[in-house]
Design a protein around this ligand. Structure first.
Ligand code: ATP
Ligand code: ATP
Ligand code: MG
Ligand code: MG
Lengths: 165, 158, 158, 165
């Protein structure tokens, strides 16, 4: 299983529609400070079902919608869509390709889709149970999070290992 | 008689010892269960010894040594229990040139069997990449992404 | 009628606004007292606006933007209340090339009136230095210090 | 006032006697990971009277004495001496040059000196009262400490500013 394509519109600094095709191997993202690299990581976390806005550096849910710049007005919706190669059926679905989509409106409404069918947030989260991508995970290390592995209490390390086992 | 977790911990310890030695080119590392009456609530201790130095408690290590030890720990888990993909945001920031080259070499090998998406400013890591994306803001406040080749990176990497 | 602290805060705010604009080449920044009944226990709020972008709460800023904002805050205090010397350990780690050059330029000016001791791996910061010391471990585990010239740095900086 | 000379022996990784002459302007310290750069910062903090071993990344007081390597045995004492140019008399002493020294023995004994006269730790700390180098200071930023300025509670920021004012 690997990520194939990421589509972003209205999410944080991605006011314009953006499409990123990912290699099954090593992908590198570069760029100056503040241009949106970590926002790509936030977008992936968000579309994979992250429920907690604080994990995306936000305080209120609407923080993830593009809120304007000197030259552009705020938008009303954030949308992220991710296409996953599922040919080894790690995800418990009969498809070789699985597309997850998530939308959030300024009104506070949320929408979630698996292969274009409307679902709930928990359906997306349950898709990944047992794939090694849970909350204590070691597969997403955000900016400045590297040392949490060593810094925490010995019991937190245990929790992380239990998640992996 | 050991619990399920103790059995997994011994596998994780083995993987961590091997990964640590490979990444640091020597030294020793170990994971162990704290000595506590209840093996179900005992935490996990980490001991590391840098090549040529004495075993130190983690807090006495340098910034770069701690960073590379954490990287060894994460890679040890990934080898033991591969994840479908791995997202890393500037985890190479604290590494000096020697450690950076070791890290880049190591992650390039791991990328044979696991998909990586790595945000970095460091040249050696960039050169380990198969595909490179540059993120910029030609218009203030609005991100724009373009596919890059290695020579083109020079002008865009921050 | 404002307390002693409120008077100082207004000076600090002024210094921060000016320092921020100089370091970022634009934008806005402000320090203010939280709206609370008791002006003696109210905390200090920080608001920043990057050039071209909207004012954001600090948590939404990028790693590099936060680092340079903190640097602007510290330098603002140093200009207002100079300290006899200033020790900085790898505070330029998160800055991209453009921000790094701004930082190096700024700190070189401040070093006219304040002594700095700066640990760094970054070339632009090294070039702002008057004196350069290289720390190595030719013998494992034992530090050794030598005075370096700029051309000699290449071989030793990690 | 500025730092002129630093002498280190037996402190952390400085098993051998080390002398560093500082410029009144901009001093740069470079070197590979783990070679002792941050240990120099710890040495300066320690000789200026830092009472708390945790501020020097230690857990027990003896953590600051060189504890050996593959090729060298542990030492019995740590010593740091700093010579300060005091020609503008920022420090309340009649000397143009002030030398502070601190020693710690594995037995647990400590010694402190101002210009070669034995003093107590609090005498060294009191020397710096009102010079802008207090605990909430902004004149020493250790590795990884930069963001504490912004990250803390609004009240912590107030404390830092009150220290400065
Ligand atoms: N909802 C939003 N609307 C518009 N801009 C936003 C929004 N949320 C965050 N931003 C902006 O996105 C930028 C942060 O981007 P990001 O964290 O991805 O930077 P980065 O490329 O990782 O930089 P660095 O190299 O410094 O880590 C900030 O300038 C922030 O103001
Ligand atoms: N009491 C001690 N005896 C011997 N070695 C020690 C002692 N305390 C710390 N060390 C060693 O000093 C080294 C740390 O040095 P330091 O933190 O100064 O590195 P650094 O040059 O700042 O590296 P980095 O660039 O990674 O931050 C570690 O390898 C640590 O094991
Ligand atoms: Mg970032
Ligand atoms: Mg260091």
């Amino acid at each position: 299983m690997h990520l194939k394509r990421l589509e972003i519109k209205g999410f944080k600094s991605f006011a314009d529609y953006t499409e990123i095709h990912l290699d099954p191997g090593m992908n590198i993202i570069v760029g100056p400070n503040g241009c949106g690299k970590s926002n790509v990581v936030d977008a992936i976390r968000w579309v994979l079902g992250e429920p907690n806005i604080r994990q995306l550096r936000g305080q209120r849910n609407e923080d993830i919608i593009f809120n304007g710049s000197d030259e552009k007005r705020p938008l009303g919706m954030a949308m992220v869509e991710i296409t996953i190669d599922n040919s080894n059926h790690v995800l418990p679905l009969d498809y070789n390709e699985v597309t997850l989509a998530r939308k959030y409106y300024r009104s506070g409404e949320s929408e979630f889709f698996i292969n274009r069918s409307p679902v709930r947030l928990k359906d997306i989260n349950q898709l990944f149970t047992g794939t090694g991508m849970g909350k204590q995970g070691y597969s997403i290390i955000g900016q400045g999070e590297l040392e949490t592995v060593l810094k925490g209490q010995p019991f937190d390390r245990r929790l992380m290992l239990e998640e992996a086992s | 008689m050991s619990t399920d977790f103790q059995q997994f911990l011994s596998l994780a310890d083995e993987s961590f010892q091997q990964t640590f030695r490979e990444i640091f080119g020597g030294g020793e590392a170990q994971l162990s269960l704290q000595q506590e009456e209840d093996p179900f609530t005992a935490g996990v201790e980490i001991m590391v010894k840098m090549p040529g130095k004495k075993a130190q408690s983690l807090n006495l290590l340098s910034g770069g040594e701690r960073a590379l030890t954490c990287i060894a720990f994460i890679f040890a888990l990934l080898r033991l229990r591969p994840a479908p993909f791995c997202l890393l945001d500037e985890i190479d920031a604290a590494l000096d040139q020697t450690n950076l080259v070791r890290f880049a070499h190591f992650i390039k090998n791991m990328a044979e069997s696991t998909q990586f998406i790595v945000i970095t400013h460091r040249q050696a890591t960039i050169e380990a990449g198969k595909k490179i994306y540059g993120v910029t803001m030609p218009q203030n406040g609005v991100s724009s992404v373009l596919s890059l080749t290695l020579p083109e990176v020079e002008s865009i990497a921050g």
